[in-house]
Ligand binder design. Structure first.
Ligand SMILES: Nc1nc2c(ncn2[C@@H]2O[C@H](COP(=O)(O)OP(=O)(O)O)[C@@H](O)[C@H]2O)c(=O)[nH]1
Ligand SMILES: [Mg+2]
Length: 193
């Protein structure tokens, strides 16, 4: 099974992105499963996913990058053996380091892709006040999307993308809006091709 890990702070649009990506892959005939560890909105996410016909596993009360590593391994084993999806999409908590989740997931997956989701509305504040963690969380990604560009000032998302490219090095950084659909063809190129 292929695995996508969608990292980023609470409220940056992880669940919204996962629904779009899961739907696009299901439309292509793939079997898709979801594993949610987002303590902020567990009930909602689990129910929402199930209502779309996705197999959803929820791991509440902890973080799969640290206290729940054992639970994550158990969940991965049972998803792989019992659900056997083509694609598993994981939503860690907003505080998880995706690079740590990747380490745990790798032995269970034929391939792992880590996506970092940033929120343009909070980019400036995070660069100033939470810079180290913000960049460390995004740095483990194979691709970074800056979301909510519909709510940015003219040129704001491109400037933020450039700033992140300078800080993160080799990672592609792509401005998008999950609300308006701007940049979605790049999202699907990366995650549903
Ligand atoms: N303006 C705007 N809001 C968005 C966009 N994408 C998601 N949101 C909203 O941001 C909020 C948090 O989204 P959610 O997917 O739950 O984020 P998560 O906590 O990372 O899973 C929700 O109210 C979404 O409707 C976007 O592109 N633009
Ligand atoms: Mg969520």
């Amino acid at each position: 099974m292929e695995v996508y890990i969608i990292g980023g702070f609470l409220g940056s649009g992880k669940t919204t992105l996962i629904m779009d990506v899961a739907t696009a892959n299901m439309d292509k005939g793939l079997k898709v499963a979801i594993l949610v560890n987002d303590v902020g909105s567990i009930g909602v996410d689990g129910a929402t996913f199930e209502s779309k016909g996705l197999s959803a596993t929820v791991l509440p009360n902890g973080c799969i990058c640290c206290s729940l590593v054992g639970d994550l391994r158990k969940a991965l084993t049972s998803i792989r053996d019992e659900v056997a999806p083509d694609l598993l999409i994981i939503e860690p908590t907003g505080l998880a380091l995706s690079s740590k989740v990747r380490e745990t997931v790798a032995p269970f997956a034929s391939s792992v892709k880590v996506v970092g989701l940033a929120d343009i509305k909070r980019h400036k504040v995070f660069m100033k006040k939470k810079r180290r963690f913000y960049l460390e969380q995004l740095a483990g990604s194979d691709v970074v999307f800056i979301n909510k560009c519909d709510a940015a000032d003219e040129g704001g998302c491109e400037a933020a993308a450039e700033e992140l490219r300078e800080s993160l090095g080799d990672v592609p950084v792509i401005p998008i809006s999950l609300k308006t659909g701007a940049g979605m063809e790049r999202v699907m190129e990366e995650l549903a091709s």
